[in-house]
Design a protein around this ligand. Sequence first.
Ligand SMILES: NC(=O)C1=CN([C@@H]2O[C@H](COP(=O)(O)OP(=O)(O)OC[C@H]3O[C@@H](n4cnc5c(N)ncnc54)[C@H](OP(=O)(O)O)[C@@H]3O)[C@@H](O)[C@H]2O)C=CC1
Ligand SMILES: CC(=O)N[C@@H](CCC(=O)OP(=O)(O)O)C(=O)O
Length: 405
Amino acid sequence: MLSSAPMAMRAAARRAVRSSPSITTAPSSNRCVVGLTNVRSLSSARSARPIVHRAVSGIASQQRRGIAATTNPNPPLGKKNASNDVPSRIGLIGARGYTGQALVELLNNHPYMDLRHVSSRELAGQELQGYSKRKITYENLDAEAVLQLDSEVDCWIMALPNGVCKPFVDILNQGEKKSLIVDLSADYRFDDSWTYGLPELKKRSDICQSSRISNPGCYSTGSQLGIGALLDHIDRNKTINVFGVSGYSGAGTKPSPKNDVKLLHDNLIAYSLTGHIHEREVAHSLGLGQGEVALMPHVSSWFRGIHLTISIPLKEVMDSRTIRQIYQDRYAGEKLVKVVGEAPMVKDIAGKHHVEIGGFAVDSTGKRVVVAATIDNLSKGAATQCLQNMNLALGYAEYEGIPVA
Ligand SMILES: NC(=O)C1=CN([C@@H]2O[C@H](COP(=O)(O)OP(=O)(O)OC[C@H]3O[C@@H](n4cnc5c(N)ncnc54)[C@H](OP(=O)(O)O)[C@@H]3O)[C@@H](O)[C@H]2O)C=CC1
Ligand SMILES: CC(=O)N[C@@H](CCC(=O)OP(=O)(O)O)C(=O)O
């Protein structure tokens, strides 16, 4: 919950901070140093203590919020710095959808984030349910309206279908204030001016300093974490095959055969068996060539959770134990990746925030391993990863507000 101080008092405090004559712009040369220090702090925060108040405060995020760098840019863990009393103000575009709902739930439990605006064309005028920190009414916000509200928001989350959020991004790009934008769609995942927010495999320091974060989706995140640890051992002349089955929430709320519960009953539907956009995304992001990864997606009758069976060709003979150890070493300390022995089950991952990787069955040649991974498409496949990225970019401890099992 947010602090119990009345809203008016906190608003006055925020105005005071913003209008402070002592506010200056930190020299750009400081940014990288602070960013790197942040990353070190984050690692120690992860291993050292469960509760970290706004222990790291990214210069980039302070500048976005009009707050000067403090003289001590890296305050001790557990101590608040000057900006800590001011929760980050969040706008959620596409709040009616499945990922939007998952984000509302997470933000409701985040100690330093304050949801301010939620948009839905269908629910405009209705009260947002499941958010207890304040009363919020759904608004129908177009791009112009979002720009008008930008001064009241530190971070916009775009939880819109693919191909819809460009006008919002374009208009915010024109504005002077560079609020953080995290986009859940696939629209900017190949755009080099955006940061691809997969913390476990990319540079956290880049995410910390970014104001445009493209959030990888469910198949992409599960596949990359399932393959990424073995990159140095893959036979690049052969194809990595990923057989995936998703729960139907992966298809969103817009009615289609892929979320038709009647059609899915006792059924499994294969779709986009070649050329799915996430196939290209996985290869691109892992630094592999087109055609090196084959993704075969399916959807079935459960609501949330994805199972991925990944067959990886190896360039040398390896055994199961060695491979499992490679995964354990690669993901040591990562709270949202669990390496297990047996192939994980999709029923165990629903509602959880991590990815589980196991199986590690090596065939009789010793040159092919089959790895199984499970991920909740709405959590680590979308909302949890979004919050992880927001925490990093807004200067909070990476797992703040994320129930880590
Ligand atoms: N579902 C999943 O498991 C995952 C989804 N994603 C990605 O996240 C994004 C959101 O997915 P999801 O929550 O499932 O989608 P939903 O279909 O459940 O929700 C879409 C949301 O966008 C709004 N919306 C739809 N069309 C428009 C439009 N033209 N203009 C403005 N608002 C619109 C809808 O509200 P309203 O119609 O009321 O305005 C709704 O709130 C997608 O890009 C998806 O690819 C990523 C990972 C996993
Ligand atoms: C069952 C189903 O339809 N799933 C979606 C994947 C959802 C997802 O991964 O979202 P991103 O598109 O943002 O990555 C699909 O195949 O397009």
